[in-house]
Design a binder for this molecule. Structure first.
Ligand code: FDA
Length: 305
């Protein structure tokens, strides 16, 4: 039942019509739990609070449903404004973005130009930029563009997904010393031809990838809310005497704040992913799919209003 619901939510997440319809409901449907708000000011205010609580942040402008070149340009401008705003406010934050929001599916050359403009601003302001990983169909073009840009921009990172069979090879090619990779389990609906479907296989792959990446001397952003997995990795990291400036923990805004706080108290670097923008629907649906119990909780509260 849970698997079916998860699949259905991930299908709906990709539906642009549903996204436009849901926009009308704004944050009232409960997305506010996972999204800082619709404006950059909302994101800046959220990051201020996180910084005060000892956490770093990465801001993401939600913009998956772009329709044309003007939308892609608007997304690029939002990224630049986010970099400038975090700098002006003196925040401990960097930027995450999705290549489709910059037009990867419309015009790859234009998408690359937007990336270069964003990265020039980031370089000037000494801020790090990370390219999120989207569904499997975007994986190769994302890795290709990352490779190309990385030749010119040091402060650039990428995400790899533990559920994909190809990730072990990607890590081998990308994960040299100094490379900063965020490792996640993977949030999209993928076929068994390309991805593990059993949770235990995904978890095992995750653990292996983080260990291998740290053994390579690279920097790992360990992005998961899985407390048992984090504990096993903490033990392993301690046993290998890996310094704390070689990795950080990352979690999503609004999820497992208790665990975030515990890791901060233990002296680890913790970074929270802070999404903002009007295109919150796909992101919100993926958060519901990760834990369908969230759906019942939201529906119950919605009906009471
Ligand atoms: P898992 O799903 O096993 O959950 C472990 C526990 O965490 C659950 O038992 C529950 O307690 C809690 N939890 C997890 N999700 C929850 C939710 N939605 N609501 C409430 N509790 C929840 N994916 C991707 O494909 N590309 C990307 O670029 C990114 N980027 C990214 C950045 C950061 C900072 C994080 C933390 C995650 C991503 N992801 C991602 C999402 C990732 O792939 C994955 O879907 C989620 O992190 C959920 O998986 P967990 O690792 O938390 O484990």
């Amino acid at each position: 039942m849970e698997k079916l619901l998860r699949g259905a939510l991930l299908m709906i997440a990709k539906n642009k019509g549903a996204a436009l319809l849901m926009r009308r409901y704004g944050m009232r449907f409960g997305a506010r739990r996972f999204v800082a708000g619709e404006t950059l000011n909302d994101a800046i205010a959220a990051v201020q609070k996180l910084n005060q609580a000892g956490k770093e942040a990465t801001i993401d402008h939600l913009g998956e449903y772009i329709r044309n070149a003007a939308d892609a340009e608007n997304s690029a401008n939002q990224c630049i404004q986010a970099l400038e705003a975090m700098d002006a406010a003196g925040l401990r934050s960097n930027l995450s973005l999705k290549l489709t929001s910059l037009g990867l599916d419309l015009d790859r050359a234009q998408c690359e130009r937007h990336m270069r403009t964003i990265l020039q601003t980031a370089m000037k302001l000494n801020r790090f930029v990370r390219i999120d990983m989207e569904d499997y169909t975007h994986c190769q073009p994302t890795v290709d563009l990352y490779h190309k840009l990385k030749e010119d921009y040091e402060q650039l990172g990428i995400v790899l997904q533990a559920y994909l069979y190809r990730t072990a090879d990607d890590l081998k090619r990308l994960g040299t010393a100094g490379t900063n990779i965020r490792i996640v389990k993977g949030a999209y609906k993928e076929s068994e031809k390309v991805a593990y479907s059993k949770k235990s296989d995904v978890d095992a792959s995750y653990e292996t990838l983080v260990r291998r990446h740290l053994e390579n001397g690279a920097y790992a952003a360990i992005a998961t809310h899985d407390e048992a997995l984090i504990s096993r990795l903490e033990d392993w990291i301690r046993s290998r005497d890996i310094r704390r400036d070689r990795f950080e923990f990352q979690m999503l805004y609004g999820i497992r704040e208790d665990l975030q706080d515990r890791l901060v108290r233990q002296g680890y670097k913790v970074r929270v992913y802070v999404p903002f923008g009007e295109d919150w629907f796909g992101y919100f649906m993926r958060r519901l799919a990760e834990r369908p119990a969230n759906l019942w909780f939201l529906l119950r509260n919605w009906r009471r209003k």
